[in-house]
Design a protein around this ligand. Structure first.
Ligand SMILES: Cc1cc2nc3c(=O)[nH]c(=O)nc-3n(C[C@H](O)[C@H](O)[C@H](O)COP(=O)(O)OP(=O)(O)OC[C@H]3O[C@@H](n4cnc5c(N)ncnc54)[C@H](O)[C@@H]3O)c2cc1C
Length: 400
């Protein structure tokens, strides 16, 4: 049996789920397929930036996300050794957004919200336990072979959106190169419901703690704290995931020797890569399938949502208004690839280096950067606009 739809989206992470739901809401028949039994409950993205929240508001999703998350108007840069704190307040951008804060909310909550809305939608559907295996395309459309629970299913669509994440099978089938590099150190995330804020003075919900040897990020979501630390290449996965290492991290951070219970301990290999093209005929790459970056700044999922926003508007023009496909899809490629390279890659690499670096005076690079902003409202606004991703969207609109 062949199942026909206008757009097939593979991968029900946050990016694929947003793309599929927006298309269905536009009235374009769309099916979202996911290899897993549900949208994966992983502990990766937890920060939504203001422009992404504005997009979610347009889709009627923001109230549920706000109810499921924590607002973080203020975020902190701390120096681990000196204890020096610099606070940045997104409230300074209240004149330009209804959401002058980061929302701390786990990424799977957005993916599940979209997937639930697609169930029974007049123009949308979602299928779990369905793994895309291969595809073939011609001038008319794309045919996709999918492994279901009991049989191989065939889907035919006008366009295939590859939202199948970092190891994207679809990107590999297109042969598009995934240019960039992989950092030698990995990142370890530990989550706990232990009230770590009791051990710090005025800890915010988002905190970047700089140190040349032991930098870390402390992020709060409604029920947990997430601690992100670097895991140097010198040691093994087993060592980093051990209780002994966990106790060492919390002991060093909180100055206590009581064992802290963790809910997740996950090691991530960290890449800085951008696909050489986001468009391969009728196959369109979005999110982690198209670009990867380190998580410092919280740009991975957010920039993926911005890909989905840009692409779905162009598909609407093509599929509903009869616009010529090639110029619009080429522009999607130009706009989003430029932003991923010029902004997401450059900024995340700079953010990582600032966390690790220290000057001769022992003060961190981050601290110097922040002190410069503290006394200069104009520079601070520009910095907030950039880190909140407004600047990259303004730049995207300028790209012809
Ligand atoms: C520690 C850490 C913290 C992070 N924090 C942030 C943050 O705060 N803010 C931020 O913006 N970003 C953050 N990121 C990045 C963010 O997690 C990713 O950019 C985001 O998950 C990308 O979403 P996606 O939908 O493109 O891919 P994914 O979330 O990886 O989803 C891909 C989906 O495709 C499915 N799939 C794969 N292959 C197939 C197939 N063949 N057929 C069907 N389904 C398939 C998978 O099961 C998965 O559900 C973080 C990353 C890490 C590692």
């Amino acid at each position: 049996m062949t199942i026909r739809t206008r757009v097939l989206v593979v991968g029900a992470g946050p990016v694929g789920a947003v793309a599929a739901y927006r298309l269905a809401e536009m009235g374009i028949d769309t099916i979202l397929l996911e290899a897993g039994a549900d949208c994966p409950e992983d502990m990766r993205a937890s920060t939504f930036h203001p422009p992404s929240l504005e997009m979610m508001e347009t889709l009627g999703l923001v109230d549920e996300l706000l109810a499921d998350g924590l607002k973080a108007p203020v975020y902190q840069y701390r120096n681990r050794r000196s204890g020096h704190i610099v606070e940045l307040d997104l409230g300074e951008l209240a004149d330009m957004t209804r959401h002058p804060y980061r929302l701390q909310c786990e990424q799977y909550k957005l993916a599940r919200l979209c997937a639930n809305r697609l169930r029974g939608h007049a123009h949308g559907a979602v299928g779990f336990n369905r793994r895309a295996l291969s595809f073939a395309q011609d001038d008319e459309g794309v045919t996709v072979q999918v492994e279901g629970a009991t049989a191989i299913e065939t889907y035919q669509c006008d366009y295939l959106i590859a939202a199948d994440g970092a190891s994207s099978t679809i990107r590999k089938w297109t042969g598009v190169e995934f240019e960039g590099f992989t950092w030698p150190d990995r990142f370890l995330t530990l989550s706990t419901d232990y009230p770590i804020e009791r051990h710090f003075d005025r800890l915010a919900n988002v905190n970047y703690v700089a140190d040349a040897d032991e930098w870390c990020v402390l992020l709060r979501v409604p029920t947990l704290w997430r601690v992100l630390v670097p895991a140097p290449e010198s040691d093994t996965d087993t060592a980093f995931l051990s209780d002994a290492y966990k106790d060492q991290v919390f002991g060093g951070l909180l100055g206590i020797d009581t064992p802290i219970e963790t809910y997740h301990r996950t090691l991530y290999r960290v890449h800085q890569r951008v696909a050489k093209s986001f468009v391969a005929g009728r196959v369109l790459l979005v999110g982690d399938a198209a670009h990867l970056n380190n998580p410092l700044g919280g740009f991975g999922m957010n920039s993926g949502i911005h890909d989905a926003w840009n692409l779905t508007a162009k598909l609407q023009a093509i599929l509903q208004d009869g616009a010529a496909a090639e110029p619009l899809l080429s522009r999607y490629d130009r706009q989003r690839r430029t932003i991923c390279t010029e902004f997401v890659q450059a900024q995340t690499i700079q953010n990582k280096q600032a966390m690790e670096g220290a000057g001769d005076d022992g003060r961190s690079t981050q601290e110097h950067r922040m002190d410069e902003l503290a006394g200069d409202p104009q520079k601070r606004r520009a910095y907030l606009m950039r880190q909140a991703m407004f600047t990259s969207l303004e730049r995207e609109a300028e790209i012809a």
